[in-house]
Design a protein around this ligand. Structure first.
Ligand code: ADP
Ligand code: MG
Length: 332
């Protein structure tokens, strides 16, 4: 028997503990939603990051803190929620230096200011293992307004913000694997890996406009698979329409890269993937202009189960990688 992947594990181990409470969204969405006062809901999410998995052990301490804040707020952005509070659990290696810890706190402070969130609790421990951090973010949103993974409809167009693959390429830059790239492109890709930008303004603007939404953290195809599963639909994606930055294009032009695998399955993008009725196309194009953020129409929701990637001739494209798998089992 094939071992369960990360999501199989979550279903098997943790889903029974939700007691079927609707707040949990069946452990299949980016957040939990708890009813609050005055027609509001609290959107709550937790993310963990570990040295050597989500960032490089030698990355600057302030940037590690800021990446943690940003990947966590990205889940709130995906629902259209407004971040309010954070709780931090920090497992610092026993031999951490005070100077390093101060720099970590300065990064945290800077992003708490930028995103207008307050740190209201947490836990601090020493670990014999690598630096391990977990952040809970609490945001608020109008009751029943959140953009859910389960709300895609057949006939919707599929959109993605910004550009894909930059972060996966930035990791290669960080590892010194692409020495020939110009410093300008290298810096851009590196920043995309180290400092993702939670698309909070976009998420809020999509309320009432989009149907389903989620943030792309594991890889476009794997994550779109979650929207399809939750919404009981399928999807077709045009490989040629996947948005790439000028820096990614410059790197691809050097040759030796499986472009589609990186764009469609690279991971760590923290862009928003959303679906909307074709009638919303013009409003979304206008939103792209007003937010100064590219929004690309990359495919459509169908009634055929599964996520299919198509080449310009309409033939299915096979990809080596559909997304990051923590337990090493590739998504179907
Ligand atoms: P995301 O990538 O958006 O952060 P994940 O893929 O990590 O989401 O998780 C999918 C779902 O499973 C979420 O609803 C999350 O809250 C839930 N989940 C993941 N790990 C656990 C856990 N250890 N206990 C309870 N719920 C979990
Ligand atoms: Mg998410």
């Amino acid at each position: 028997m094939q071992p369960p992947d990360e999501f199989g594990l979550i279903k098997r181990l943790f889903l029974p503990l939700t007691g079927g409470d609707p707040a949990a969204l069946a452990l299949a969405d980016d957040v939990a939603l708890i009813d609050g006062p005055a027609g509001r809901q609290w959107a709550i999410t937790n993310d963990a990051i570990i040295a050597g998995v989500h960032f490089l052990p030698d990355d600057p301490a302030d940037l590690i803190a800021r990446k943690l804040v940003r990947v966590t707020l990205s889940d709130l952005a995906a629902k259209g929620a407004t971040p309010k509070f954070l709780l931090l659990s920090a497992g610092f290696p026993k031999d951490s230096r005070l100077e390093w810890l101060d720099l970590f706190a300065s990064g945290l402070k800077s992003d708490c200011g930028q995103f207008k969130v307050l740190l209201i609790g947490g836990d601090t421990v020493a670990t014999p293992g690598p630096l391990t951090l977990s952040l809970t973010a609490i945001g608020e949103i109008t009751r029943n307004a959140a953009l859910l993974r389960s709300a895609a409809r057949v006939g919707d167009n599929i959109w993605v913000s910004g550009s894909l693959g930059d972060s996966a390429l930035g990791l290669r830059v960080a590892k010194g694997e692409v020495p020939d790239l110009t410093p300008q492109h290298a810096d851009y890709l590196l920043e995309r890996y180290r400092l993702p930008r939670p698309r909070l303004a976009l998420g809020r603007a999509l309320l009432g406009l989009a149907h389903a939404a989620m943030d792309v953290s594991d890889g476009l195809l794997a994550d779109l698979g979650h929207i399809c599963d939750c919404s009981h639909v399928g999807a077709e994606i045009q490989a040629a329409s996947l948005p790439r930055s000028p820096s990614a294009a410059a790197l691809f032009a050097m040759g030796g890269y499986d472009e589609v695998a990186i764009l469609a399955g690279g991971g760590d993008d923290y862009e928003l993937l959303f679906t909307a009725a074709p009638a919303a196309d013009e409003a979304i194009d206008r939103l792209s202009v007003s937010l100064d953020l590219p929004l690309s129409r990359i495919g459509r929701i169908t009634d055929v189960p599964g996520v299919t990637l198509l080449d310009p001739g309409g033939a299915a494209v096979r990809v080596a990688r559909r997304g990051y798998q923590h337990f090493g089992v590739l998504a179907p």
